[in-house]
Design a protein around this ligand. Structure first.
Ligand SMILES: Cc1cc2nc3c(=O)[nH]c(=O)nc-3n(C[C@H](O)[C@H](O)[C@H](O)COP(=O)(O)OP(=O)(O)OC[C@H]3O[C@@H](n4cnc5c(N)ncnc54)[C@H](O)[C@@H]3O)c2cc1C
Length: 624
C-alpha cells in the first residue's frame, strides 16, 4: 500500500490578503507598492472576483453611470482599466483577466497564490496568527503567517473563521434612524445572480431546453425586461423616480447581450453563504427556463424578437451581492450617505445610489427587481470602517466592510470596493512600517495615509495635496502657452482632476511643431529622484470592460484622446541639461518617472503629442 506524502509549506509575509476580487487585487498591489511583502490568497484561477471572466459584472462607481463623471474612481483601478483599454478594445473578458494577471505578476513585493482557498484561521488573544490554505491544483497545503491580514473575501470568511463581529440582514429603523430601513430588523438580503450572453446568428436558430430548466411565464416576467428586441415596456410607477430608473438602465442593462442582473435568488434559510450551491442550481434552472421562454414561449403577448438568437455563454458561478458585513469601529449608515458626510478620517468615497433589490429577487414576480434611492454628489467612508472592531490585526476591503445594510446598497459597487481596497493596502503597508495594528494608525498617521492615497492618483473629496515632501509645491510653473482657465500654476493647486468648470491643471493652447513646454522652476538647487505627472483622460468617456452593447457604444475606440502620448522631461542645472527622459506612446493618467539622484534647479516637460486631443493638459506635477 502506498503512503500519502505530506505536501505542506509554511510561508511568512508582512501582509496577507485573502480574496482576489477587485478590492483584494487593489489592496494587495497597493500594499506591495508601498513597501510591504504581500501574499494574495485567491480561490480562483483568475483575479477580479465578480468583475472577472467567470462572472462578468461590469465595474460601476461614483460617477453614477456617467451622471457625474467628475467623480470617477482614479488610482490603481483606473490604471488597470486604462491598461485594459489599451489592449482590449474588443471587450474580451479573457484579455481583462490577463491584464490583472500581468499587473499582479509585475509587482516584485507581491506573490499571488491562485487556486488557493483559505479554509481556517488561527487566533490568539484576538489576533490572527495564521491562515490555513489548500491549493487544489498542486495538492499543497499552506500555513501563512503575518502580523497583518486583509479580509477581501466578499463574504467576510476570514473574519468569520477568526471570530470577528459581523452583521447580516437589515437593521431596524430605530437603530440608526435610516429613512429606508424597515421598522423591524430582518434577515432580508439581496440575492446571488448569474449572467448570460445571447448572440444574434443572423438566421433562425432553435433552442432545446435542458431537463433542469424551470419554466417562467410572461406574467411572471411582466416587471422584467427580457426581450432581445427590447419591445417591452414595464410599469415603474411604484418607484419615486421612474425616469431616472430607466435612464440608468436599472430596468435592464440591455437586451440579452449582457444577461439579466435581476436573475437573482436569495435563498430561504438563515445564512445565504451555506445555501450558495442550492441557489446556484436553481439559478441555472431559472436561467435556462428564461431562455426557453424567450425562444419558445411568447404566449402571444408580444414578439420576443428572439428567432435568430442563441445562448453564447452562461455563468456557472453566481456572483454574490450581500452576506456578512464585518463590524469595525464605525458603521457607515444611509444617513452618512444621504448627508454626504465628510469624515475627518476619510480614506474612500462613494456615489452609487442606495440600490436595494427586492428581497426574494426573481421570485418577487409582482415587484420591480430594484428600488434605488438616487442622490447627487458623493459621500466619504472613514478609515474606521476598514478594520475589525474585535480582531486586532484584520483589515476589511470590499463589500464586507463595516456598514449598515442600507449603506451596503451603495458601497458594494465595484469602483467603491476597489478604491477602498487600495486605501487599505496603503494603510496595511503603513502599519507594517510602524509595527502597529490597524486601529493604532489613527489619529497620528491618518493625514499621512490620506496624502499617500492622493499621491497614488486617488481622490478624496475636499482633501488636497499637502505632501511636505513634494518639492514641486515650492516651485513656480510657467508654460510656452496656456488657455484661459488652464494656468500653469494650477498643477500645484492640490487637486489633480477637472471638477466642474475648474481645470485644476495646465491647458496648453494647441501643440506647436516643437511641442508645448511646462517649466518648473525650483527655489534653488534640489536633489530629485522622482517626478509624478498626472494627465487628463476625460472621465466623461467610460473605459471599462463590459458585455452590455449600450455601455460599449458609450466608449471611444482606443485609449483616451486627451492623454499625453509623447513627451520629454529635461532636468536642468544652471541652464544645462543634467538628465533627459523621453516617454513614447503613453496611455496612463499617472506617470511615475524614477531616476538616480539628480541635483537640478528646473525641469522642462515638453509635450510633443497627445493621443488625439489638440491641447496638452497636465493636472499635477509632483517632485521628490
Ligand atoms: C449579478 C450582480 C450584478 C452586479 N452589478 C454590479 C454592477 O453593475 N456594477 C458594480 O460595480 N457592481 C455590481 N455588483 C456588485 C459587485 O459585483 C460586488 O459587490 C463586488 O464585486 C464585491 O467585490 P469584492 O472584492 O468585495 O468581492 P468579490 O468580487 O466577490 O471577490 C471576492 C473574491 O474572494 C475570493 N475568495 C472568497 N473566499 C475565499 C477564500 N476562503 N480563500 C481564497 N479566496 C476567497 C472569491 O473567489 C472571490 O473571487 C453586482 C453584483 C452581482 C452579484
Amino acid at each position: 500500500m502506498r503512503r500519502m506524502k505530506e505536501r505542506f509549506e509554511e510561508k511568512a509575509y508582512d501582509v496577507i490578503v485573502v480574496g482576489g476580487g477587485m478590492s483584494g487585487v487593489c489592496a494587495a498591489i497597493s500594499a506591495a507598492r508601498h513597501g510591504a511583502q504581500v501574499a494574495l490568497i485567491h480561490a480562483r484561477p483568475m483575479l477580479g472576483g465578480n468583475a472577472s471572466s467567470e462572472i462578468r459584472i461590469h465595474i460601476s462607481g461614483a460617477d453614477q453611470s456617467l451622471k457625474q463623471p467628475d467623480y470617477a474612481e482614479g488610482g490603481l483601478l483606473y490604471e488597470l482599466m486604462l491598461a485594459n483599454k489599451h489592449c482590449n478594445d474588443q471587450f474580451s473578458y479573457s484579455v481583462w483577466d490577463a491584464v490583472l494577471f500581468d499587473a499582479a505578476g509585475k509587482e516584485p513585493n507581491l506573490r499571488v497564490y491562485y487556486n488557493t482557498t483559505m479554509y481556517d484561521a488561527e487566533v490568539e488573544e484576538d489576533v490572527i496568527t495564521a491562515v490555513l490554505c489548500v491549493q487544489e491544483t498542486t495538492e499543497m497545503r499552506f500555513r501563512f503567517t503575518a502580523p497583518l491580514f486583509v479580509d477581501s473575501t466578499g463574504n467576510g470568511t476570514l473574519g468569520y473563521y477568526a471570530g470577528a463581529e459581523f452583521r447580516i440582514g437589515s437593521e431596524a429603523r430605530a437603530e440608526f434612524g435610516e429613512p429606508g430601513a424597515p421598522e423591524e430588523a430582518n434577515n432580508e438580503r439581496m440575492g446571488n445572480s448569474i449572467l448570460l450572453r445571447g448572440k444574434d446568428m443572423g438566421k433562425p436558430m432553435k433552442f432545446y431546453p435542458p431537463s433542469f430548466a424551470i419554466p417562467l411565464s410572461e406574467k411572471q416576467l411582466a416587471k422584467r425586461i427580457h426581450c432581445p428586441s427590447m419591445k417591452q415596456t414595464i410599469d415603474c410607477s411604484d418607484i419615486p423616480d421612474p425616469e431616472e430608473f430607466r435612464r440608468t438602465s436599472m430596468t435592464s442593462t440591455t437586451g440579452c447581450d449582457y444577461g439579466y442582473w435581476w436573475m437573482e435568488l436569495a435563498g430561504s434559510g438563515e445564512d445565504i453563504v451555506t445555501e450558495y450551491e442550492d441557489i446556484r442550481d436553481n439559478l441555472l434552472g431559472y436561467t435556462y427556463g428564461l431562455w426557453d421562454h424567450i425562444k419558445n414561449g411568447n404566449e402571444g403577448v408580444h414578439d420576443h424578437g428572439s428567432e435568430n438568437f442563441v445562448l453564447d455563454w452562461v455563468g456557472c458561478l453566481p456572483g454574490t451581492r450581500e452576506s456578512r458585513r464585518l463590524v469595525g469601529d464605525y458603521i457607515l449608515t444611509e444617513n452618512d450617505i444621504l448627508e454626504h458626510r465628510q469624515f475627518e478620517d476619510a480614506v474612500c468615497y462613494g456615489g452609487w445610489c442606495v440600490d436595494i433589490h427586492t428581497p426574494n429577487g426573481l421570485l418577487d414576480f409582482d415587484k420591480l427587481p430594484s428600488y434605488p434611492g438616487f442622490f447627487e454628489g458623493v459621500y466619504t467612508i472613514p478609515y474606521r470602517c476598514y478594520y475589525s472592531k474585535n480582531i486586532r490585526n484584520m483589515f476589511m476591503a470590499g463589500r464586507n466592510i463595516s456598514t449598515s445594510k442600507r449603506a451596503l446598497c451603495s458601497t458594494r459597487i465595484i469602483g467603491t470596493c476597489a478604491i477602498g481596497g487600495e486605501s487599505v493596502g496603503i494603510a496595511a503597508a503603513l502599519c507594517a512600517k510602524y509595527g502597529c495594528q490597524p486601529r493604532d494608525l489613527a489619529p497620528d498617521h491618518i493625514g499621512e495615509l490620506q496624502q499617500l492615497i492622493l499621491r497614488a492618483d486617488g481622490f478624496l473629496p475636499n482633501i488636497a495635496n499637502e505632501d511636505a515632501n513634494d518639492l514641486a509645491r515650492d516651485a513656480v510653473f510657467t508654460a510656452s502657452s496656456s488657455r484661459s482657465g488652464g494656468d500653469p500654476m494650477q498643477v500645484v493647486n492640490g487637486v489633480s482632476r477637472k471638477l466642474g468648470e475648474d481645470w485644476n491643471g495646465w491647458v496648453s493652447d494647441g501643440i506647436s511643431e516643437n511641442g508645448e513646454t511646462l517649466t518648473m522652476t525650483l527655489p534653488g538647487e534640489r536633489t530629485l529622484s522622482q517626478l509624478r505627472l498626472t494627465f487628463w483622460s476625460d472621465f466623461r468617456y467610460p473605459i471599462r470592460v463590459t458585455m452590455a452593447p449600450n455601455r460599449q457604444r458609450q466608449q471611444r475606440a482606443g485609449v483616451p484622446a486627451e492623454l499625453v502620448k509623447d513627451y520629454t522631461v529635461r532636468l536642468m542645472r544652471n541652464r544645462e541639461v543634467v538628465k533627459e527622459i523621453t516617454v513614447k506612446d503613453n496611455y496612463q493618467r499617472l506617470n511615475v518617472l524614477d531616476f538616480e539622484d539628480i541635483t537640478c534647479d528646473r525641469a522642462e516637460i515638453t509635450v510633443h503629442s497627445t493621443n488625439g486631443h489638440p491641447d496638452a493638459v497636465i493636472f499635477e506635477v509632483r517632485a521628490y
